[in-house]
Design a protein around this ligand. Structure first.
Ligand SMILES: [Zn+2]
Length: 344
């Protein structure tokens, strides 16, 4: 946010607003025609390299060319721009809360860390723009083009993306972080809601791979929120992630199933649980491989009967626990696979 302070509006005690740039009054107390004429003249004479912090709060203008000017840290909140050009304009860290852009060209603009809460973009071009770290809570993007724009680290809670063009997971990849795709993950609950917003958009568009990424990242963020608030739902959430990647990663079900079989196999071997049913009366040490085999047939609930558990409550409990987990994992696998691929 800008550290620059602007002179007060000259209207008098009753007005608490700051004067807009190139005027001694705020927008409401200035003559729009005169102001726009001086703004337009200033923009034409502007040396593009020199940074310029402007106050354009609530300004309503059309057909102005702000291209390539460095406006970083400016105030454009509640301003209304129609058919204006912001090609390659630097607007990073600007306060653009509630600003409205109709038919504006913002190609290649720098909007990093801009505050765009409740901003409205109508029929705009945001292609090749840099929106990394921008705050887009409840922002509206209607018929806006995001071709090759950068959106990693953004906050998108309740943003409205209906009708946008060229918005994919790729837009959220950060070239500075090995191309890892992510929204802002500083606050667990906000990140969860942001991922949910973009997930719904991807699902509606039929981009299921991208939606799956958003769904997984979102639930990971919800778990982070559970952890921060000491919510006991953290544990089932963690378990679902390990077992199936929140039903988004079928290979995790296979891996965790094999881990269960291996762990029970080791436990059976150490406790010498399986016994050959042929000679039950003479307890003998069973091989490690046989223990794994016994674990496998217990997990899959095949139960050939060639090996049986040694009598004893603990051993019965162990085999029952493993036999119970088998069908559960099989069900989870089928569910995960169906959810992941049936929709495609
Ligand atoms: Zn005023």
């Amino acid at each position: 946010m800008t550290s620059q302070t602007f002179p007060k509006c000259s209207f008098g005690e009753k007005c608490a607003e700051f004067a807009v740039s190139f005027s001694s009054f705020c927008w409401e107390h200035s003559n729009p025609k005169e102001f726009l004429a001086s703004l337009s003249a200033e923009l034409k004479n502007r040396h593009v390299e020199k940074p310029l912090v402007l106050n354009l709060k609530k300004v309503v203008c059309e057909n102005l060319d702000f291209s390539k000017i460095n406006f970083s840290g400016s105030i454009l909140s509640q301003a209304h721009f129609s058919d204006c050009h912001f090609v390659g304009t630097h607007l990073s860290n600007s306060n653009m809360i509630g600003a409205r852009f109709d038919g504006c060209d913002l190609v290649g603009s720098d909007l990093r860390n801009a505050h765009l809460t409740r901003a409205i973009f109508n029929h705009c071009l945001l292609s090749h723009s840099d929106l990394r770290g921008a705050y887009l809570v409840e922002a509206h993007f209607n018929e806006t083009d995001f071709m090759a724009s950068l959106l990693s680290g953004t906050v998108l809670w309740n943003a409205d993306f209906r009708g946008v063009k060229n918005l994919r997971k790729k837009n959220f990849e950060n070239p500075d972080a090995k191309g890892l795709a992510a929204l802002s993950e500083k606050h667990g609950l906000v990140a969860f809601e942001s991922y949910r917003t973009i997930k719904h958009y991807f699902y509606d568009q039929g981009f299921y791979e991208d939606a799956s990424w958003a769904a997984y990242r979102g639930l990971t963020m919800e778990r982070k929120h559970f952890f921060e608030t000491r919510d006991p739902r953290y544990f089932p959430s963690l378990l679902m992630d390990i077992l199936s990647g929140y039903t988004e990663k079928p290979h995790r079900v296979i891996l965790s199933s094999l881990t269960v079989v291996l762990l029970f196999g080791v436990l059976y071997f150490l406790l010498n649980v399986p016994q050959a049913s042929a000679n039950l009366n003479s307890y003998s040490r069973i091989s490690f491989l046989d223990s794994i085999y016994f674990s496998f047939i217990t997990f899959t609930t095949v139960g050939f009967g060639d090996l049986v558990p040694r009598p004893g409550a603990l051993f019965q409990l162990l085999t029952c626990a493993e036999a119970f987990s088998g069908p559960f994992m099989a069900g989870l696998y089928i569910f995960t696979l169906t959810r992941r691929y049936a929709a495609h």
